[in-house]
Design a binder for this molecule. Structure first.
Ligand SMILES: [Fe+2]
Ligand SMILES: [Fe+2]
Length: 367
């Protein structure tokens, strides 16, 4: 049974890669779908084969499945990021049906086709039904979820990656339905909430920028995770410093400025962390002209990674529009002025231009 499940997943994942590389018409996709159909013959339980995700557990034919390998990891990630939590295949499925289903999965646009022998269950993502819940309620719920995950952060514990992945799926879904980015970003309700709302907002703003630049699928999700985790190092800064309402002293600032190193060091110890998240945690206070912190021994030609450049813009934008202990929030036209002024020095000028164009585009079109 275990080997059969692994063989089925391997065929499906290889077929998906072939679809992405060569298109669904490539003969290898049909051949692998035929192999998957044959393997299924030994996996049916009373004529059905089901795979469900429950938290970070995989349930096969109603029993927890303990095995994991690289294909299985990739398959679970694909389902989660496509918002699918259950697939049920009934006996009689054809290779052509499997091929079509696999090609839809590969395209990461959700499952819209109907299949006589395949049923998929969709994780309920807020706003995913096209309406109902209002955006600010959904986002404030997300801030609460980010808070829960962040409060569980410690050197000795795993990060709740399943929770974070689900939050990113919700952001992408929300942004597809509410185009006015200013409505999606959450207000900060209290100083102690700042870090959680800020990480939420940076993730949303980075996904917004990345989508407008044409990033898709897994890269888009990884960029969202990088935004959510960019300030995770703050969880290792003393609470008195992190939540201080007055101006920080010199030594407190020094401690605060260590959060990129703390964050990267923490993320480096965890499995399943996209490398973008680690890089962005380390680099998000570096500047486009190679200044900023942490000070490193970078050579003059070195640049911040593009994901860190996106994050830096999101970070700057969100920090300015929030009241902080040491200053009031800044109005949108002034933020735009400040971004433009520091473009080319602190931020990548092409990304600033794209960001301002996108923000102005949606806010003017919708005002
Ligand atoms: Fe930061
Ligand atoms: Fe930040």
């Amino acid at each position: 049974m275990k080997n059969g499940v692994f063989a089925f997943i391997a065929d499906v994942m290889t077929a998906m890669s072939n679809c992405s590389l060569y298109g669904k018409g490539h003969p290898a996709v049909l051949h692998l779908s035929e192999k998957a159909r044959d393997v299924l013959e030994d996996l049916y339980n009373e004529g059905r084969f089901t795979i469900s995700l429950l938290g970070d557990s995989v349930i096969i034919n109603e029993s927890p499945f303990p095995g994991r390998n690289l294909h299985m990891h990739a398959f679970i990630k694909k389902l989660r990021r496509s918002g699918i939590d259950k697939i049920a295949v009934t006996k009689g499925v054809t290779a052509a049906e499997l091929k079509e289903f696999i090609s839809e999965l590969a395209a990461s646009k959700g499952i819209s086709g109907t299949y006589p022998h395949i049923v998929s269950g969709i994780i309920e993502v807020k706003l995913g039904d096209g309406g109902g819940a209002d955006v600010s309620a959904v986002m404030s719920e997300n801030v609460g979820r980010v808070k829960e995950v962040f409060q569980g952060v410690s050197r000795f514990k795993q990060l709740d990656m399943v929770g974070l992945e689900d939050i990113v799926v919700s952001f992408i879904s929300t942004l597809r339905r509410e185009q006015n980015i200013l409505k999606v970003i959450s207000p900060v309700k209290s100083y102690s909430e700042y870090t959680y709302a800020h990480n939420t907002n940076v993730a949303v703003l980075s996904i917004f920028q990345a989508e407008s630049l044409g990033f898709k699928d897994d890269v888009l999700h990884d960029i969202g995770l990088a935004g959510l985790l960019h300030d995770v190092g703050k969880m290792f800064v003393a609470k008195e410093v992190l939540e201080k309402k007055d101006k920080l002293t010199g030594s407190e600032w020094e401690e605060m400025r260590k959060h990129p190193v703390y964050g990267a060091r923490y993320l480096a110890t965890l499995p399943d962390i996209p490398k973008y998240a680690l890089v962005a945690a380390y680099e998000h206070h570096m500047k486009f002209n190679n200044s900023g912190y942490p000070e490193t021994t970078r050579r003059s030609g070195d640049r911040q990674h593009i994901i860190s450049q996106l994050n830096s813009i999101s970070d700057f934008f969100d920090a300015l529009r929030t009241d902080r202990p040491y200053r009031k929030s800044v109005e949108l036209p002034s933020i735009i002025g400040l971004l433009t002024e520091s473009s080319g020095r602190d931020f990548n000028p092409h990304l600033v231009k794209n960001f301002l164009r996108s923000v102005k585009g949606v806010t003017t079109a919708l005002s």
